[in-house]
Design a protein around this ligand. Structure first.
Ligand code: FAD
Length: 322
C-alpha cells in the first residue's frame, strides 16, 4: 500500500527557507517506491515559490495564499493546514524544526492523533521502514526511532540533511486551496523586525560566536567584521546575552538556538555544557580563548590560545586577502 507524505514548507522574506528543501529530502528518504511526496505553502503572495519545491522533489504543491496568512498565527496556520490535510489526506507530515514547525507540528499531531518524533538530524530506510536519528541529552547521545503506525509527524533540524539537487525540468501539480479567515483569538498588530540577523543563524554555513570574553556590546564588532568577510552569521553564548552585550535572539545552546554550520568559531566562550548543546554538531569547531584550560578546547578541532581582540582582526585580514 502506498503512502503520501506532506512537507510543510517555510519562507522568509519572500524566499523559501533552506530547511524546506532539507525536509523534502527527508520525506523522499522516508518514502518507499510508489509513495508520494507533496509540499504545502501557507502565506501571502507565495504562489511563485511552488515551482522551486517541485524542482527539489515535491510531486505536488498545495498553496494556501491569503493576506491574513502574511504573518504566522498558530490558529490561522493550523486552520489553513487542516484544509490542506482534508484535500491531501497525508499519512505523514514533515516540518522544519523551526519556531513555526515547533509550534505547528505538535498542534497538528494532536489534531490527527498522530505520533511525533522531533528534531531529527537523519533518516534512513532499515528493514522496510523509516528510521529517524535524533540527538538527546543535549547532544550527548543519539537515539534511533521508528513509528509503529501511520499517521505520523516529524520535525527536521535545519542544516543536517543533504538537499537533492534541483531539477528545473521536473513537473508537478500546483493545487490552490481556498481559505476562509476564521475569527482569531489573537491578532498581530505590528511586527518590529530586528536588523541584526542578515543571515539566518540556524541555516548559516559559518557562525562566529562571542561569549563573555567580548567584554562589551562593542566587543562584537570584530566578530561582525569576520562574519561579513566569511559570509557568516554572528551568534553568542548566554553569558554574553546575560551580560547585555547582545540580543537573546543570538543565543546558542540548550536554551537558545541549535546550529550545525560547516564552521563554528567560538570567541571568548568557556564551553559550558549548555553552550555545547547548541553547537557541538558543527562540522569544524575553532575556539579562540586566552585560557588554555578552557573546556571549549576539548570539543574544538582547532584551538587558538590568545586574546580574541588580537586574533579575530588578524583572521579577518587574512580571509580578506584570500
Ligand atoms: P564564561 O564562562 O564567563 O567564559 C568566558 C570565556 O572567555 C572564558 O573562558 C575566558 O577565558 C574567555 N576570555 C575572556 N577574555 C578573553 C579574551 N580577551 N580573549 C579570548 N578569550 C577570553 N549558556 C549558553 O551559552 N547557551 C545556553 O543555551 C545556556 N543555557 C543554559 C541553561 C541552564 C538551565 C543553565 C543553568 C545555564 C545555561 N547556560 C547557557 C549558561 C552556561 O552554563 C554558561 O554560564 C555560559 O555558557 C557561559 O558563557 P561564556 O562562555 O560566554 O562565559
Amino acid at each position: 500500500m502506498s503512502h503520501s507524505y506532506l512537507v510543510v514548507a517555510e519562507s522568509k522574506g519572500g524566499l523559501l527557507r533552506q530547511v524546506s528543501f532539507e525536509t523534502i529530502a527527508a520525506a523522499k528518504t522516508a518514502a518507499e517506491d510508489g509513495d508520494h511526496v507533496a509540499a504545502v505553502l501557507i502565506g501571502s503572495g507565495l504562489s511563485s515559490l511552488a515551482g522551486e519545491l517541485i524542482s527539489h522533489g515535491a510531486d505536488k504543491v498545495y498553496v494556501v495564499d491569503h493576506a491574513g496568512l502574511a504573518n504566522y498565527n498558530p490558529e490561522a496556520y493550523s486552520k489553513a493546514l487542516q484544509s490542506v490535510i482534508g484535500a491531501a489526506l497525508p499519512d505523514a507530515l514533515l516540518f522544519g524544526h523551526t519556531a513555526i514547525g515547533k509550534d505547528l507540528a505538535p498542534r497538528t499531531a494532536a489534531i490527527l492523533g498522530a505520533g511525533q518524533i522531533s528534531d531529527i538530524t537523519g533518516v534512513e530506510q532499515k528493514d522496510g521502514r523509516a528510521v529517524f536519528t535524533r540527538p538527546i541529552y543535549a547532544g550527548k547521545a543519539i537515539e534511533k526511532k521508528a513509528f509503529t503506525s501511520f499517521p505520523w509527524v516529524v520535525t527536521v533540524r535545519p542544516s543536517n540533511i543533504a538537499v537533492q539537487e534541483a531539477q528545473e525540468d521536473r513537473s508537478g501539480e500546483v493545487v490552490n486551496i481556498a481559505y476562509e479567515a476564521p475569527s482569531l483569538r489573537t491578532v498581530i498588530l505590528e511586527v518590529v523586525r530586528k536588523t541584526s540577523g542578515k543571515i539566518d543563524l540556524a541555516e548559516a554555513k559559518v557562525v562566529i560566536s562571542g561569549g563573555r570574553g567580548v567584554k562589551s556590546p562593542g566587543g562584537f564588532k570584530p566578530l561582525e567584521e569576520l562574519a561579513g568577510v566569511l559570509g557568516g552569521a554572528v551568534g553568542a553564548s548566554r553569558g554574553a546575552c546575560d551580560a547585555g552585550y547582545c540580543d537573546y535572539a543570538l543565543q546558542i545552546g540548550q536554551t537558545g538556538k541549535v546550529v550545525t554550520p560547516e564552521i563554528y568559531i567560538a570567541c571568548g566562550i568557556s564551553g559550558a555544557i549548555q553552550h555545547l548543546a547548541g553547537m557541538s554538531g558543527s562540522r569544524v569547531i575553532i575556539a579562540i580563548n586566552k585560557d588554555p584550560e578552557a573546556p571549549i578546547f576539548k570539543v574544538a578541532d582547532y584551538g587558538i590560545v590568545g586574546d580574541l581582540f588580537e586574533v579575530v582582526p588578524l583572521l579577518t585580514e587574512e580571509f580578506r586577502k584570500a
